[in-house]
Design a protein around this ligand. Structure first.
Ligand SMILES: *[C@@H]1O[C@H](CO)[C@@H](O)[C@H](O)[C@H]1NC(C)=O
Ligand SMILES: *[C@@H]1O[C@H](CO)[C@@H](O)[C@H](O)[C@H]1NC(C)=O
Ligand SMILES: *[C@@H]1O[C@H](CO)[C@@H](O)[C@H](O)[C@H]1NC(C)=O
Ligand SMILES: *[C@@H]1O[C@H](CO)[C@@H](O)[C@H](O)[C@H]1NC(C)=O
Ligand SMILES: *[C@@H]1O[C@H](CO)[C@@H](O)[C@H](O)[C@H]1NC(C)=O
Length: 430
């Protein structure tokens, strides 16, 4: 029945059919209100503009970086107990806005969980626009930007987690990530196992951990990109620039104008080539959504990602033989030991994701030291979790899982069931 039905029609029918079961899906709270500017302040404008309070804190890492940590303050919970803490971390070249740019307000994971009674924190990892400071004010640019995603996992996450636990007086928190944000968590769990106890569970969306797609499985465009990026980073590093796009504010504005000029169809074509065939980002505010989500990164992070696709496994940064010998004492960089990750992890992954294949992911899951829960998202583009219109249909399962993990529902076995109910019906929605 659903082949040609738009998602809103389908939803309407679903509401009629399922009644109370789908009640959470049926009350649309309207459109997200987007700020008109793309500055450092856009997260505050985005959160306050949609009726929530905003707080932010500066957190210092063990290696001296000053990071921005955002918090959504639900208007009904402003006292000291604001609910069980939830830390959200975004993906590559994104920042915290990525959790709040769904065009329907109630499709935004950050806002939905605040409404459900959770204390929602959003971490801006090092290298993103609001997290470029260092306690050593005279530190060289080249030193400041000399980090890969390894340092984010090993230093940024502990700083965020310890700060939140101290501030909220909770013993643990739940962590959720998309894409590269999940890579950071895997690094943390394997390199600093004591943090496994501080995270009750991790919820991964479209994670990129191991060499989950072989080069020949990647489409030619992504493959070409992976082949050219190392050369490009080499050039930019030789000219002393390891920050990727220092003037991100301008880049966002330029992107926004070009995106509007090129129009939806051209952009969609590009995104499909790059990220996979399903693409469900609604037309209307697409350019705002993408411009707001963009964060920064160092070229080393980019290079490290490329290495994941090239190397045999999930390993620390490859500096080349000579440097590796000095740094690690081995010619090849050490692999991350996935057995050390004992935190329970829920995987929401797509069957068509350009960057992670279901088969490769299953292999990774088998290597983990802790239990897992899996949920296959049919026909999800890599970007759909952040901005696609079908993500809202996945949220009820995520909410049930979280409520179960935090003792807020009577179903204490959901995670142990190992798997979500089939979501195959989402495949044909537009
Ligand atoms: C975060 O806090 C700092 C210090 O209080 C403040 O200067 C900055 O503007 C805040 N950031 C945002 C986005 O409001
Ligand atoms: C906030 O509190 C008011 C008054 O108690 C209540 O009517 C409203 O439903 C609450 N909002 C949420 C989202 O919980
Ligand atoms: C600060 O950075 C400069 C330049 O990299 C370095 O020479 C200096 O030792 C650093 N100071 C501290 C206290 O780490
Ligand atoms: C926790 O916070 C208190 C007060 O805000 C501070 O004095 C203490 O040093 C913090 N503890 C840790 C382990 O960060
Ligand atoms: C959980 O079970 C208790 C006791 O059986 C019941 O009173 C309560 O309504 C249930 N809560 C939910 C969320 O189902």
């Amino acid at each position: 029945m659903a082949i040609n039905m738009s998602s809103s029609n389908f939803l309407f029918v679903l509401c009629l059919v399922c009644g109370a079961v789908a009640a959470g899906l049926c009350q649309s709270r309207g459109k997200t209100i987007f700020p008109r500017t793309f500055g450092l302040n856009s997260i505050r404008l985005l959160i306050e503009g949609n009726g929530y309070g905003y707080e932010n804190y500066t957190v210092t890492t063990e290696d001296g970086y000053l990071l921005n940590l955002n918090r959504i303050v639900h208007p009904n919970r402003t006292g000291s107990d604001r609910g069980y803490p939830l830390l959200l971390v975004n993906g590559y070249f994104m920042q915290s806005e990525a959790w709040l740019v769904q065009q329907e307000l109630d499709s935004n994971l950050g806002f939905v969980f605040a409404d459900k009674g959770y204390d929602v924190w959003l971490g801006d990892q090092r290298g993103t626009e609001r997290s470029k400071g260092h306690i050593n004010q005279t530190i060289d640019e080249s030193k400041l930007w000399d980090f890969t995603y390894h340092e984010t996992g090993v230093y940024d996450f502990p700083a965020f987690i310890d700060f939140i636990l101290n501030k909220t007086n909770h013993e643990d928190l739940i962590f959720s990530c998309m894409s590269l944000g999940c890579t950071f968590h895997s690094v943390l769990g394997s390199k600093r196992p004591s943090y496994n106890q501080k995270i009750r569970a991790a919820i991964y969306f479209v994670p990129v951990i191991s060499n989950n797609r072989q080069p020949e499985e990647l489409n030619s465009f992504v493959y070409l990109m992976l082949r050219t990026v190392p050369a490009l980073t080499e050039i930019s590093e030789k000219s002393g620039r390891i920050e990727w796009h220092p003037n991100l504010g301008n880049l966002k504005k330029e992107f926004y104008h070009v995106c509007r000029l090129l129009g939806y169809n051209l952009y969609r074509l590009f995104a499909k080539i790059m990220f996979g065939s399903g693409f469900h980002i609604p037309h209307e505010k697409m350019c705002n959504v993408i411009a707001l989500s963009m964060g920064g990164a160092s070229s080393r992070v980019t290079k490290h990602i490329v290495q994941v696709f090239d190397n045999a496994g999930f390993s620390e940064f490859d500096y080349g033989r000579e440097e590796n010998l000095k740094k690690y004492g081995t010619a090849l960089p050490p692999l991350y030991d996935l057995k050390k990750i004992t935190t329970p992890i829920a995987f929401y992954y797509s069957d068509i994701d350009q960057f992670t294949s279901p088969k490769g992911l299953q292999k990774t899951i088998k290597l983990l030291g802790g239990p897992s829960y899996t949920c296959e998202l049919p026909n999800f583009n890599h970007l759909d979790v952040a901005a696609g219109s079908t993500f809202r249909f996945v949220l009820p399962d995520v909410i049930n899982l979280l409520d179960s993990l935090t003792g807020r529902s009577n179903d204490t076995e959901k995670f142990k069931s190992g798997k979500c109910p089939s979501m195959e019906w989402i495949r044909h929605l537009n």
